[in-house]
Design a protein around this ligand. Structure first.
Ligand SMILES: *Cc1c(COP(=O)(O)O)cnc(C)c1O
Length: 374
């Protein structure tokens, strides 16, 4: 066997020649519509901080106050002695915000998906995914040991077919993102709910990119589509529009009680820092307030100004190297929008993933439009 380093070096070389090599770019400022990269200020069109909360004074005050009171680390997992009061406060707020009985917070959205899916299904069950579902959903499905079936993106006919062939499985779980993270388009939720009911399956939705952004009360796409009560499991993150970090699931009291007992990423992982919970609570307060509505409206004004369908606007380039070159051209002109490539998106579907924030100004959008291909 060749030495480890030689083998990895060869693999990395292959990534470089196929335009798939990734490297980190250091950011020297807080998150926001303008960030400092490489010693200069750039317009930032790549963060998921849609409501401009990551550096918000109210959230920072809440976190600072909590650090003073609770310290920095939780010290243990929730089930041992890490269940500090800010957790329960946050979970109560999340359940009320999402109009569900109960909520459970995880260390990240990734951990929430993996832990929840693997707790709900296993061998003898089937989990049915949209082709473009997030990596954390795929990983949860694989880890569960259930049979995994995948339907082409938003293809209801194929979903129906798979469900027709799934009678022999004990449990059937459909999982879809509501707003797809790399394409910004919306799942046909009402139609998926109809299929779930027709075939007597369970439905889990991932509202990572819709929470705070969609629905009259900003609860997500399920609120927008009027189907909240038909959803069995709703996942959200604290890390996108809420500007913090962490993941959560809301649903019936029974579901949440079950996850506390069976979700391994919840049980075997140290609780989030209490200050993060306090900041996230402040974020929920802000999102449900008039200020939250105001920011959401400003965000959508920017979406319309760009001619996009959601705050995620993919500019498909196709070729991996060409996408990197377009991103580099934007970078040289002061616009930060990294190229997204395989395996995050399919091969040959490389793109710039432009994301908008409530804090972008009209002239920022103009400047971006100027750089993008027509
Ligand atoms: C970002 C994201 C996650 C993971 O959330 P983190 O809090 O970043 O771990 C899960 N699902 C979707 C659809 C996402 O976009």
């Amino acid at each position: 066997m060749p030495p480890l380093r030689d083998t990895l070096q060869r693999d990395l070389e292959q990534l470089r020649t196929s335009g798939l090599y990734r490297s980190l770019r250091r950011v020297d400022s807080p998150q926001g519509p303008r960030i400092k990269v490489g010693g200069r200020e750039m317009l930032n069109f790549s963060s998921n901080d849609y409501l401009d909360l990551a550096n918000d004074p109210a959230l920072k005050r809440a976190a600072n106050k909590a650090v003073e009171h609770w310290g920095v680390g939780a010290g243990a997992s929730r089930l041992v002695c890490g269940n500090l009061a800010p957790y329960e406060e946050l979970e109560t707020k999340l359940a009320a915000f999402k109009k569900k009985e109960s909520a459970i917070v995880f260390g990240s959205g990734y951990a929430a998906n993996v832990g929840t899916i693997a707790a709900l299904v296993g061998e003898g069950d089937v989990v049915i995914l949209d082709k473009l579902d997030h990596a954390s959903i795929i990983d949860g499905a694989r880890q569960s040991g259930a049979t995994v079936r995948v339907y082409p993106h938003k293809n209801l006919k194929k979903l129906d077919e798979i469900l027709c062939q799934s009678d022999s499985f004990r449990r059937k779980l459909i999982i879809t993102e509501t707003i797809f993270s790399m394409d910004g388009d919306a799942a046909p939720l009402a139609e998926i709910v109809a299929l779930k009911e027709k075939h007597d399956a369970w439905l889990m939705i991932d509202e990572a990119h819709a929470t705070g952004v969609f629905g009259p009360n900003r609860r997500g796409l399920a609120e927008d589509a009027g189907v909240e009560e038909k959803i069995d499991v709703t996942l959200g993150t604290l890390s996108k529009a809420l500007g913090c970090v962490g993941g959560f699931v809301v649903g019936s009291r029974t579901l949440i009680d079950f996850l506390r007992n069976r979700a391994r990423s919840f049980i075997y992982s140290t609780a989030l820092p209490p200050a993060m919970c306090a900041a996230a609570s402040a974020a929920v307060d802000l999102v449900v307030s008039d200020e939250g509505e105001h920011r959401r409206d400003r965000l959508w004004a920017n979406v319309r100004a760009l001619g996009a369908q959601s705050p995620i606007h993919p500019v498909i380039v196709g070729d991996e190297t060409a996408a990197v070159e377009l991103s580099q051209k934007c970078y040289e002109h002061g616009i930060f929008v990294p190229a997204i490539r395989y395996p995050t998106v399919p091969k040959g579907k490389a793109r710039l993933r432009v994301t908008l924030s409530a804090a972008h100004r009209q002239e920022d959008i103009e400047q971006l439009r100027h750089e993008l291909p027509r």
